[in-house]
Each structure stands twice: as structure tokens, then as C-alpha cells.
Write a protein of this length. Structure first.
Length: 115
């Protein structure tokens, strides 16, 4: 695994841990850095990029930044759909996760009354 990819994976995991501890701002900073690292890496795994973007959408949604969260999720879903074209059925669970995140974002947004 290239160094940048390993660091991005570590930051992704750190983001999840910080979010679990209620440290939302730190979690967001870590996942943003992971996404940036993947964006700069020529050999980044598209599946890893999609995973980081999904986590970014969740972190942004937790901070009520709906539009940016939806954009990150849309990008993640686009990648996962593209991957599904080359390997049908392989990432069905990831696509289901994208749908669940979209529903979660919609529910949180509706609960706050912001559209």
C-alpha cells in the first residue's frame, strides 16, 4: 500500500474514532485530509476514495452542512456506480450504505427544518 493511501486510511479511521467520541470538528478535519490525500494520489483506490467521501458526507451532516454533505455523497455514489459497472454486484453493500446515508441526511435535515 502506498504511503499516501495508508495515511488516508489511518485518517479515515481516526475520523471515525473522533466522531464516536463526540469530537466532530476533529473528525471532520481528519476526513477532509484523507479525501485530499486520495485526491492527490495517482494510484488511489476508487473504492477507498468513495469510502472517504461517504464518511465526509456523514461528518458534514453531523455539523449540519447539508449542501456540502450531499455533494460529497453524490460524488461517492457516482464512483460506486462506476465501480458497479465494471464488477456488477461486488459493491452492493456500499451502494446500500450510500442510500442509507442519503436517507439519514434527509431525516436530519427535516428534523432541523432546514432545506
Amino acid at each position: 500500500m502506498p504511503v499516501q493511501a495508508g495515511l488516508a486510511l489511518t485518517l479515515n479511521n481516526l475520523s471515525n474514532r473522533w466522531a464516536g467520541a463526540g469530537r466532530d470538528e476533529e473528525a471532520l478535519a481528519a476526513i477532509e485530509e484523507a479525501v485530499d490525500l486520495h485526491g492527490a494520489a495517482i494510484d488511489a483506490s476508487l473504492d477507498d476514495v468513495a469510502s472517504c467521501l461517504s464518511n465526509l458526507a456523514v461528518r458534514l451532516g453531523s455539523l449540519h452542512r447539508w449542501n456540502v454533505a450531499e455533494t460529497a455523497l453524490a460524488e461517492s455514489t457516482k464512483i460506486r456506480l462506476k465501480l458497479n459497472l465494471t464488477n456488477p454486484g461486488v459493491n452492493e453493500a456500499d451502494l446500500a450504505q450510500s442510500r442509507a446515508i442519503a436517507a439519514w441526511l434527509e431525516d436530519r435535515r427535516a428534523a432541523r427544518g432546514t432545506y
